[in-house]
Design a protein around this ligand. Structure first.
Ligand code: HEM
Length: 422
């Protein structure tokens, strides 16, 4: 299928197009003028779903902000006011709060799809790295958003996580004062978190535009991980993938709606319905589910690291946790170079496929450990799972890239597709 040229019939579209070629841009980006590999499976639906959730979060967030008060005295009450008095305020809030979780579900699947099919490899390294930037921005945004209802978990979660920065030598205290705007989490902190929580989603939109730009430079990867050879390997994005994405959106909205209408508090913590109280620490402080694997990594090191044979501590347990947690995301930036196998898709990489699934299990184990109190065998399990996480990326990936013998690749995308149809 060859790339179709945009020739508008409507006089109005022609008039606009002559002055602002926005319709031809759409035609080339998500229309009949964008040739797309014809073998994409449903795992390729999650990028458009992430875009949808981002829009939903921004719209519901803007309306929530019209009724929310970002001061420590009134924040909790204003959220209750939204839930009880504002027309459909409960719906807005539940959509926004569950939307945060949906965003992470969708984006984690999107990332693991990329890991399986080698979408981070040349020539899509920058596309991947922009994705990691989006992930970092999402984490910061969601963290600050969770503080806004000013419940017990908001307050104590903010206290635990921001205090991590105090472990950084020399400048830790200055960073803390800068984050808090005070000598502890308080009104000034809530104020700046509100401001940044409103701002960052628009920064995310900016990075998503770059992400899309980089995507369109070389087009999508595909489940076979081989380059497209010619028009016979592609179909126009519209109507084929607009229809497929619309189907994905429909299924996803059903799932999202089921959460919002039947189990709106399933992923939340009951303690966040208690107003923040700096004199009463909750028995067990846990972050939202999507941070749990990282929280386990943060708590993995339970001992100070000192020069052997002396008592001189070089890295405190707390600082080691902070370094590992940041490292667990930063290592993703290096992925395109840590894995230098020429074959992208795990379908043709027998060894890589196995460690891929081990990584999935490892992250689930980390998530479980992150949710529990650090008692009994769990700190050891957390330490081993953390070590495995880094071994996966820093040791196994490079070694496997070198020693693995991949299965033979199909000649082109159309070959296996035609064979399957015969
Ligand atoms: C707001 C969050 C995000 C949005 C809206 C978004 C959007 C998209 C869209 C629409 C696509 C094309 C469709 C698809 O391949 O599913 C895509 C592709 C891609 N995204 Fe994202 N993305 C986001 C976050 C991320 C993150 C966090 C990463 C990785 C860390 C990432 C890595 C990639 C890669 C590697 C591709 C190319 C996939 C391929 O062609 O096989 N994205 N993204």
């Amino acid at each position: 299928m060859s790339e179709s040229k945009f020739q508008p019939k409507s006089k109005i579209v022609q008039w606009i197009e002559y002055r602002l070629p926005i319709f031809s841009l759409m035609h080339a980006a998500v229309g009949p003028g964008y040739p797309t590999p014809k073998n994409l499976n449903y795992w390729w639906n999650f990028g458009s779903l992430a875009g949808l959730v981002l829009v939903v979060q921004i719209i519901t967030g803007i309306v929530l902000a019209m009724h929310y008060t970002p001061t420590a005295d009134l924040a909790f009450a204003s959220v209750e006011h939204i839930m009880r008095d504002v027309n459909y305020g409960w719906l807005l809030r539940y959509v926004h709060a569950n939307g945060g979780s949906m965003f992470f579900i969708v984006v984690y699947i999107h990332i693991f799809r990329g890991l399986y099919y080698g979408s981070y490899k040349a020539p899509r390294e920058l596309l991947w790295m922009l994705g990691v930037v989006i992930l970092l921005l999402m984490m910061a945004t969601a963290f600050m958003g969770y503080v806004l209802p000013w419940g017990q978990m908001s307050f104590w979660g903010a206290t635990v996580i921001t205090s991590m920065f105090g472990a950084i030598p020399f400048i830790g205290d200055a960073i803390l004062a800068f984050l808090w705007g005070d000598f502890a989490v308080g009104n000034a902190t809530l104020n700046r978190f509100f401001s940044l929580h409103y701002l960052l989603p628009f920064v995310i939109v900016g990075v998503v535009i770059l992400h899309m730009w980089a995507l369109h430079q070389h087009g999508s990867n595909n489940p076979l991980g081989i380059d497209t050879k010619g028009p016979q390997d592609k179909v126009p994005f519209h109507p084929y993938y607009t229809a497929k994405d619309a189907f994905g959106v429909t299924v996803f909205i059903m799932f999202f709606a089921a959460m919002v209408f039947y189990e709106p508090n399933l992923l939340g913590h009951p303690d966040n319905y208690i107003p923040a109280d700096r004199l009463s620490t909750p028995g067990h402080i846990v972050p939202e589910w999507y941070y749990l694997p990282f929280y386990a990594i943060l708590r993995a090191i339970t001992f100070d690291i000192s020069i052997p044979g002396t008592n001189i501590v070089i890295i405190t347990a707390k600082l080691a946790g902070v370094i590992l947690m940041l490292g667990s995301i930063l290592v993703l930036f290096l992925l395109p170079w840590l894995d230098f196998s020429k074959v992208r898709s795990a379908t043709f990489r027998p060894l890589y496929k196995q460690i891929y699934w081990l990584l999935v299990i490892d992250v689930i184990v980390l998530g479980y450990v992150g949710a529990q109190k650090p008692e009994g065998i769990l700190p050891t399990v957390g330490l081993i799972a953390t070590a495995y996480y880094f071994i996966h990326f820093l040791v196994l990936m490079p070694i496997i890239s070198k020693v693995e013998k991949p299965k033979p690749l199909p000649e082109s995308i159309s070959n296996p597709v035609i064979k399957a149809a015969e």
